[in-house]
Design a protein around this ligand. Sequence first.
Ligand code: IVH
Length: 699
Amino acid sequence: MNEADRAAELRRQIAHHQRLYFELDAPEISDADFDALVDELVAIESAHPELVTADSPTQRVGSAPSGAFAPAPHRVPMMSLDKVVSFEELVAWGARTKRLLGLDDEAASGLRFVCEPKIDGLSISITYERGRYARAATRGDGRVGEDVTENVRTIETVPLELAAQPTGLPAELEVRGEVYLPIEAFEELNARQEAAGEKLFANPRNAAAGSLRQRDPKVTAGRALSLFAYQLVSAEVAPVSVEDATSGEKAVELETASALGRQSDSLELIRRLGFAVSPEIEVVAGLEAVYDFCQRLEERRHRLGYEIDGAVVKIDDASLQARLGATSHAPRWAVAYKFPPEERATRLEAIMVSIGRTGRATPFAKLRPVQVGGSTVSLASLHNEDQVILKDLRPGDTVVVRKAGDVIPEVVGPVLAERPEGLPAWQFPKLCPVCRQPLVRLEGEADTYCVNAECPGQQLQRIAHFASRSAMDIEGLGEQRVHQLMEAGLVSDATDLYHLEIDQLAGLEGFAEISARNLVEAVEASRHRPLSNLLVALGIRHVGGTVAQALARGFGDLDRIMAASREELEATEGIGGIIAESICSHFAAEQNRAFVERLRRAGVSFGAETASDKAQTLAGASVVVTGSLDGFSRKEAEEAIAERGGRSPGSVSAKTRAVVVGVSPGASKLAEAERLKVPMIDEAGFRHLLETGELPAGA
Ligand code: IVH
């Protein structure tokens, strides 16, 4: 793969993981792995500036708002922070600021820094009008966040009324800080989730994000969220004094961040206004002292009662801050010192093997439960046989466990000094732990498989995958329930779910009438999931959410995808040769086609189900949509095209029938349309095109 392709691939992966992290609160990879992707992209882009694209994640902060809440533009962008992970990197950052400011050694050694804990929550901007709580927004992509006013209002540590100041208050004042969930509250919440049979949160940060982004503020209110404020954003507006009304005193403008001389002063002011400011914050001189702070903070990080993932180091002097300014995404006067991933020792009780939906036999560690990074770890994947051998892990060992980014635990290796004498090496089992048929590892492959197509272990995973959130999203149907249904002989593959009846379920252990009804209704609701979910549910190799959406956009219904040739698939935006091949071979297999037919008979919708009642005005045509339209969301516009037999690929080509141009269209699409002389139409023209299949006059 050349570097341009690699950069594009990285951008795609980063966007995918950002969406999982920021919008769905369901990360699939650790923060450290995510950072590694970003670091690799940054490295390629700095070596090849010509490869930087306007929409590269390196040029943006966070992810675009999801649309679930009203957009809330930030008057001052909410920036990100550059990070360092070692003393050397911290010194390099210091040297750069010294050079940019033109300081001599003496001045540099006396430079004052505010050292703050880096709270692992989510940043929020809160605006007060005349001292009263007015609105709150998440960071979103840094420019536009989501309006979470009603939810933030329920957080007890957010004052609804600012404390009166002798100098009065500005008409408008914005405070930024981090919303977080204390660890105790996180544990209580997960206990409640478990009792209710709901999904557990991976860590306090995800729980905080999930709690804040609730549609019903009452749910947020029950979640014990808290706030540490750390920044005052200047408000260049006419001052009013809160004392005005009562004392008749003359209003005086309150100094705000830019006018205040120091970050430490503004923290003090924030505190006086009534916010919680972290008590861990210190002001120190020189980088040695900064590093000392970072180390002391790391030592006590687990005694704080909330999660932190590092320290934030800010130059105290506001005039120096102003001179340093910012890059496109981060201020130059601050840096995040990230703690290295945390490690803990515990006992490896056993190495077991789990069978996945493809039959892959994955070894995993059963550990004596240990607290790492704010949550309890008792299981960790060991990936494959070679990994276990390479690390020489033996049941009975004391092992070091790391929780990189607090998402996915990893066994680093054994503590050899503590290995009991004569501890035997581990051997990969010869038989599948579920069906007792032989396990197979092919020459030259890393993975071992159970190749028994009938293996109930595989079937269970396939059904659980089918029901999972990113697939058919059948609420309340997790692995254990599937196991129970299989044991009871009620289901042997996912299509059987569509024939379950309340009476059959009501007799099973743990199924009251109501939960039986709920499950049947959840199954019922899944019949009409979007095509992309159905595609994920089918479990085709290499077809995850992003690819499934590309397929759905490109083809509109499952039958067309099944009928598509390799070439047709490959011509679709976002689908490469390997994926196309995998899709073709999936649908070439008789049992997979039979499965699809059973789904059809069960009444599962295959995509543009309304196609038949809409005139096929766009049959075979491709129409590209760019920018936002008034009457259609992006998805609705694409559906409208697909329903009329058309396709809506993500890029313009010579074959594109028309480009629909909305508000803030993509510059590259417009340029491409211009270059290839593809007609451009507005929303009214789009409606006309949908209706008649004809371009409006003059397009
Ligand atoms: S200052 C322009 N201070 O870290 C600088 N950020 O990686 C804005 N964070 O988006 C941030 N604790 O969500 C600052 N004491 C602290 C922080 C903090 C946590 C978060 C914040 C920010 C992210 C940047």
